[in-house]
Structure formats: structure tokens, C-alpha cells
Design a protein around this ligand. Structure first.
Ligand code: ASP
Length: 588
């Protein structure tokens, strides 16, 4: 080894030892006759002192050294002089007096400072990702990620799970996104699809008798990368035989709690994860991905406004369209301008209009364009239902249920950001269960699976499949943390007949089903055990554990929102011969 210790290791008890360090020059200060070098490696930093009086050769080499040079230093550990200790650095009590300095590699001036936490344009960071990754924050994130994956492997190994790799070159999998396709050279005109997830393969592993499977699986989805998605991402993919829903929920809960307690930089809000039905989640929070770190819950007020003189509310109530509200503490003094901005925000999220009532902080008087349409008793009933106090602001939406939920859940998150509730540094998990089996498909009247087509309907709802498919609830479950869906899974259909029926209901003809999933349907004829699984998203969970706002910060080499790699310049053109080999002609 070119070093005898790492740069984060030395303490007062090492004083007097001769050590060799190797790493990067984090900083270099020339004090005239004495040069101070902060030597950095992955483990930390050590102050090196090169004194011309102690060793002139070492000193003259140190004079040539610049930031980010790679150097090797041999010297003696010594206590720092009184008053020069650095309590913020684990090695801050000592320094190494250099006897020998060697330059292992020179370095150009980096395009941004490595040693300082400062805002750098993200495209520059991605282009020079290897320099970005030298920074403390990203190294810390990669360490948390490594520890999380190690925790998962140990936890599942102790419980009899087998880690099994499944192919990357496979067939289209139905997770609802577009596939990345790989043309076959040996089979002209044919394509492999990169797995959107190993869904079919893990179910086939259950038919194969594996019983407890997991994989740290790379998944590929060719989607428009809105917000914070990546074309390739990592899931903890799992499948278990002979389980019921709660067995999986309990297992994952224990895994997540244990992992967070062992490796997370952000603490858990609670070790008990509340279980909400889809209906309860959407009624209370307006979404099936509720951020439960704070309240600001949606309240139904349809009954209270049905008889008011405000026509829109009354007519909507008569047409079975709900009116719901959220109460925002302390915002009752919002100005006209602030309220107009909120109305704009609501419109951008699908509202036709936003009604509001503001309660005066001192005299409790209620103002707002719609206030005059309500009797005093109606207003009192409203404030009681919403537990609104003087100084609060009530935001009201009245429309189709889906619109009301969308508008109010967006406003709930926006107000939580403004009030700082959404910045609270804790991880609040909850389960959402009892999803509808189907949602409205892209074409009107068509059914699409809410999760994927292998998800089982609740046993007791099977008779409703023909009569009232939208009323059928499924065995799907999602794990949600701070408003992000961090895992999704389900108990699967294991009977071929039922699987056939669901495929037909969502519009697969017998032929297409056979063409695409024939192997699965056939496998189910050879004794498929009851089984279920789940797939927590590693990138998102690690980002949450690191307190990072986006998953790119916890991936070594992420892509941009346009799915490009700025460092390697991928995707890129290929030479004609490669295209010819693949029987591909590119349209210009
Ligand atoms: N394959 C599913 C997904 O990627 C998860 C599962 O059902 O296990 O969302």
C-alpha cells in the first residue's frame, strides 16, 4: 500500500508515530518557510506541515503542489500547538510533520471547488461527476447507500431469502411505461426489452419453488422524466410464497425500521407505520401518497354548505359533487395579492376557482368574497368542523371529487412548504392498502390495472368483477414516506383462470395474452403457490435517509431529465457497421 493510515484516522494517541498518508490536496497555504497542506482521502482530512527547516527537499516539492494534486507524505504525528486545534475536525488535535513529500499526480484546476459546499450548476456537476463525487456530501450519500444495501442483504439472508439475478435482456414487462428495446443481431427484426422490473421472473421463481427471493434489481423505464425520475433505477425486488398481505407489510416494516435506525441520517417519525385504506388516504389528504408529517387535513363540508346562499356550493351538493376545505393556521392575514397568488396556484392544479374565508386574528371577524352568502350559524358550524381559530385561513374547493382532491392536496403541500411543515427533518411512513383493482383506461370505458395485471382482487370481491368492476378492491399495498411512494406491491393472482379473466377485462385478446405472457400462463398450470411481493425503491429511500431532495444525489452516475449522460455523452451515434449488424436503418 502507498499509505499506512487513512487521512481520517489519526488522534492524539498516535503522536510520535511515523506514518505515510496518500490522497488529494484539499487546500494548501504557504506561510513563508512553512507550507500547510490539508490532505484529503475518503476517510477524512489531515493537516500536514512542511517546514523548510525540517526538510528542504520536501519543502521544495510542497512548493509545486496545487489543489487536487495527488500526493504521498511520510512524517511524524505531532500534537498541534496550543490554540491551533480544530474541534470541527476529528483529526483536529494533531498534524503530521512531513519528512518526505511526493507528487503522485498533478491536477488541472477543477471547474468547481471540491472542498466547499456551494451551489454549482448541476450540468457542470454531472459533466465532471468524478470530481463532484469527490465532495464530502456525495461520498457521505454513497456510504449511506452502501450501508443500506448491506443492511438489506443481511436482514433478508437471516430470514432465509435467496438473492437471485434475473436477466437484463428479456421480454417486455407490463409496468405501464415504455420499454427500452435492444435489437437482436442474430434474429433480424427482433428485440429484447430491458426489464421495467423483474415482475414476471420473480413470479416464475415462486412457481419454481424458491419461496423467498430478493434482488437489488436495476429497472429500466423509458418515460418522460418529469420531476425526479431516472430511466434506470434500483429496486429491492422481492417475492414470497405462502404469504398473506400483512406478512409482507410486517416484514417490510421491520426491515425499514431496522435499516433507518442503523444507517439513516434523518430519524424516523414513528416505528409504527399507520395503515390507511386508499379511500381514507384520498379523503383525508386528497392523494394516495400522503405526507403525514403534518395535519392540514381535508374536511368534507358539503353538508354544511348545501343549503347556503352560495349557488355554486348548493348546486354542486345537489349534483353529488363534494365541497371540501383545509384550514391553514396563522394565514388569516394574507393580503389580497397573496390570496390572488393562491387562486392562481389552485387554477394551475385544476381548479375552476378557489374560495376562501379568513378569520381576523383579534376580533374573529370572517372576511372573504363568499362570506356574505353564509348565515352566522353556518359560519360557526364551518369553523367548528374545521377547528379553525382566529388568525386562520380556510381554503375551499367544490367540484368533481378528483378535482377537489387534486386542488386541495396541492394546496396542502404548498402551504406546508410555506409554513415549514414540509421541511421537518423526519421520515413519516404509512401504508396505503385496499386500492381499487382497476382505474379508468386511456380510452373511455376501458379498464386499466391500478397496479399491474398480476395483482389479485380481494377474494370476497371476485363476484363483483362482472357486475361492478370499479367497486373491486385489490390486494395492492403501497408504502409512502413524506409524500413519496417508496414501495409498491401486491398479493398476486396464482390461478390461470382468474389471470386470463383479468387480462381479458383490461383488453388483452386471448392471442395477445398468449403471445406476451404465454410462458407465465403456462407456468401457472404446473402448480403455482399463492404468492406476493413488493419492490421498495432504493434510490428514493436512500435520498430520504440522506435528507436529499432528489434521487440524483444518491446515484453515482445519474442522467439528466432529458435522459442523457453529460459525462460520457450518452446516448450517442454509432458507426454504420454497428447499425448494419443490427439490421437497423435510422430515419433522418
Ligand atoms: N413490480 C412492481 C413495481 O415495480 C412491484 C411489485 O409488484 O412487486 O412497481
Amino acid at each position: 500500500m502507498l499509505k499506512t493510515v487513512h487521512a481520517g484516522a489519526l488522534r492524539l494517541e498516535n503522536v510520535g508515530q511515523t506514518v505515510t498518508l496518500a490522497g488529494w490536496v484539499n487546500k494548501r497555504r504557504d506561510m513563508g518557510g512553512v507550507i500547510f497542506i490539508d490532505l484529503r482521502d475518503r476517510d477524512g482530512k489531515t493537516q500536514v506541515v512542511v517546514d523548510s527547516g525540517r526538510n528542504p527537499t520536501a519543502f521544495s516539492i510542497a512548493e509545486q503542489i496545487r489543489t487536487e494534486y495527488v500526493i504521498q507524505v511520510t512524517g511524524v504525528v505531532s500534537p498541534r500547538p496550543q490554540g491551533q486545534q480544530n474541534p470541527n475536525l476529528p483529526t483536529g488535535d494533531i498534524e503530521v510533520l512531513a519528512d518526505q513529500v511526493e507528487i503522485l499526480a498533478t491536477a488541472k484546476t477543477p471547474p468547481f471547488l471540491i472542498d466547499r459546499e456551494e451551489a454549482v450548476d448541476e450540468s457542470l456537476r454531472l459533466k465532471y461527476r468524478y470530481l463532484d463525487l469527490r465532495r464530502e456530501r456525495l461520498q457521505r450519500n454513497l456510504i449511506v447507500r452502501h450501508k443500506a444495501i448491506k443492511f438489506i442483504r443481511d436482514f433478508l439472508d437471516e430470514r432465509g431469502f435467496l438473492e437471485i439475478e434475473t436477466p437484463i435482456l428479456f421480454k417486455s414487462t407490463p409496468e405501464g411505461a415504455r420499454d427500452y428495446l435492444v435489437p437482436s443481431r442474430v434474429h433480424p427484426g427482433k428485440f429484447y426489452a430491458l426489464p421495467q422490473s423483474p415482475q414476471q421472473l420473480k413470479q416464475l421463481l415462486m412457481v419454481a419453488g424458491i419461496e423467498r427471493y430478493f434482488q437489488i434489481a436495476r429497472c429500466f423505464r423509458d418515460e418522460d422524466l418529469r420531476a425526479d425520475r431516472q430511466p434506470e433505477f434500483t429496486q429491492l425486488d422481492m417475492e414470497i410464497s405462502f404469504v398473506e398481505r400483512d406478512d409482507i407489510l410486517d416484514l417490510i416494516e421491520a426491515l425499514i425500521v431496522g435499516m433507518i435506525q442503523a444507517v439513516s441520517l434523518v430519524p424516523l417519525a414513528s416505528t409504527q407505520f399507520p395503515r390507511l385504506s386508499y379511500r381514507e388516504a384520498t379523503e383525508r389528504y386528497g392523494t394516495d401518497r400522503p405526507d403525514i408529517r403534518f395535519g392540514l387535513e381535508l374536511q368534507e363540508i358539503t353538508d354544511l354548505v348545501a343549503n347556503s346562499a352560495f349557488r355554486v356550493f348548493a348546486e354542486n351538493a345537489a349534483a353529488n359533487k363534494p365541497t371540501k376545505a383545509i384550514c391553514i393556521p396563522g394565514c388569516g392575514d394574507y393580503s389580497r395579492k397573496q390570496l390572488t397568488d393562491l387562486e392562481e396556484f389552485a387554477r394551475a392544479n385544476g381548479a375552476k376557482a378557489l374560495a376562501w374565508l379568513a378569520i381576523h386574528p383579534e376580533n374573529g371577524e370572517i372576511r372573504g368574497p363568499i362570506a356574505k352568502f353564509f348565515t352566522v350559524d353556518q359560519l360557526i358550524a364551518l369553523t367548528e368542523r374545521l377547528q379553525a381559530n382566529p388568525g386562520d385561513l380556510i381554503l375551499i374547493s367544490s367540484d368533481e371529487k378528483a378535482i377537489v382532491h387534486n386542488v386541495l392536496s396541492s394546496l396542502r403541500m404548498e402551504m406546508a412548504r410555506r409554513l415549514g411543515y414540509a421541511q421537518k427533518k423526519e421520515l413519516a411512513f404509512c401504508w396505503v392498502v385496499d386500492f381499487p383493482l382497476f382505474e379508468e383506461g386511456e380510452e373511455e370505458g376501458h379498464l386499466a390495472p391500478s397496479h399491474h395485471m398480476f395483482t389479485a382482487p380481494k377474494r370476497e370481491h371476485i363476484p363483483l368483477l362482472d357486475s361492478d368492476p370499479h367497486a373491486v378492491l385489490s390486494e395492492q399495498y403501497d408504502l409512502v414516506c413524506n409524500g413519496f411512494e417508496v414501495a409498491g406491491g401486491s398479493i398476486r393472482i396464482h390461478e390461470r383462470e382468474l389471470q386470463n379473466k383479468i387480462m381479458q377485462m383490461i383488453g388483452f385478446s386471448v392471442e395477445t395474452a398468449k403471445e406476451q405472457f404465454g410462458h407465465m400462463l403456462e407456468a401457472f398450470e404446473y402448480g403455482a403457490p399463492p404468492h406476493g411481493g413488493i419492490a421498495p425503491g432504493i434510490d428514493r429511500i436512500v435520498a430520504l435517509m440522506c435528507g436529499e431532495p432528489n434521487i440524483r444525489e444518491v446515484m453515482a452516475f445519474p442522467k439528466t431529465a432529458q435522459a442523457t449522460d453529460l459525462m460520457a455523452d450518452a446516448p450517442s451515434e454509432v458507426v454504420q457497421r454497428q447499425l448494419d449488424d443490427l439490421h437497423i436503418a435510422v430515419k433522418s
